[in-house]
Design a protein around this ligand. Structure first.
Ligand code: PAF
Length: 258
């Protein structure tokens, strides 16, 4: 079974042993509530690195909405089982105080791309993401870090941060894992009511099948979604919608749309 480390000191002792034996570290940062998408990241890390480390940290600084933070599922026991099944060696689950000894006085801001799409709808979101990922990369010191394409803007911003700050880690992008009806796997899916869950696959359908972003927006509005944005950017069609109070994001390669 995957072991759980809850303090930074215990992690540093573990990491020192790995580094002393030249063991390569593959890192999967998560906020918990693991699902098949995270398991795919862990499996990929398992194939490419010798020690697979998963962080489970529900990062408060990336939530612009306190209710969203409160509702976010917390499932460490189940996370441990799924992480084990996928082949993780260790979970680090640090306390908030240990990751933010400065009380979040220091933060990292990207000033352009982070202000669009998700950033335009969730002020401060990417400051929180980039700051915590920077901290986690410094703490874990992985050779490779595995991130899902589902959070495409996050992925690009983390890649950009690694380049801009000359960080010694290779970011590996892993394709989105979907339910058979096309809905992207997400920790938030468990919050969907039965009715919302049955409507949710229309999001992916419209992203891939509507001829334009405007057509996708209109289709989704007529199906009862609140559409925050649907935009074509960097050869992807990206969107965020809300259905019955649950916010979903997704994106597809434009070459995969009709
Ligand atoms: O994608 C996530 O789960 C989070 O944004 C991350 C990268 C773990 C940072 O908290």
């Amino acid at each position: 079974m995957t072991s759980i480390i809850e303090t930074l000191d215990a992690w540093y002792a573990y990491r020192n042993d790995l580094k002393a034996s030249n063991v390569s570290i593959g890192f999967v940062p998560t906020m918990g509530a693991l699902h098949e998408g995270h398991m795919e990241l862990i499996r990929q890390a398992r194939l490419e690195t010798e020690c697979v480390v998963v962080s489970v940290f529900l990062n408060p600084t990336q939530f612009d909405n306190p209710e969203d933070f409160d509702l976010y599922p917390r499932t460490l026991d189940e996370d441990r089982i799924l992480a084990s099944e996928a082949g993780a060696d260790v979970i680090i689950a640090p306390m908030k105080e240990s990751l933010y000894p400065d009380g979040y006085r220091y933060k990292l801001t990207e000033t352009e791309f982070s202000q669009q799409l998700e950033g335009a709808h969730r002020p401060g979101h990417f400051d929180g993401v980039l700051t915590v990922v920077l901290k986690l990369f410094n703490i874990v010191q992985p050779e490779r870090a595995y991130l899902g394409e589902k959070d495409f803007q996050q992925l690009r911003l983390i890649e950009g941060m690694v380049d801009a700050l000359f960080m010694n880690v290779r970011v590996v992008a892993v394709p989105t894992v979907r339910e058979t009806d096309g809905l992207a796997k997400s920790s938030r899916n468990v919050l969907l009511t039965v009715a919302a869950r049955s409507k949710a696959p229309a999001f992916y359908r419209s992203l891939t099948k509507a001829p334009t972003t405007e057509a996708a927006r209109n289709e989704l509005i007529s199906e009862g979604f609140d559409v925050e944005y649907i935009e074509d950017l960097e050869e992807r069609r990206l969107g965020a919608v809300v259905i019955d109070n649950v916010r979903l994001i997704d994106n597809v390669a434009i070459k995969d749309t009709i």
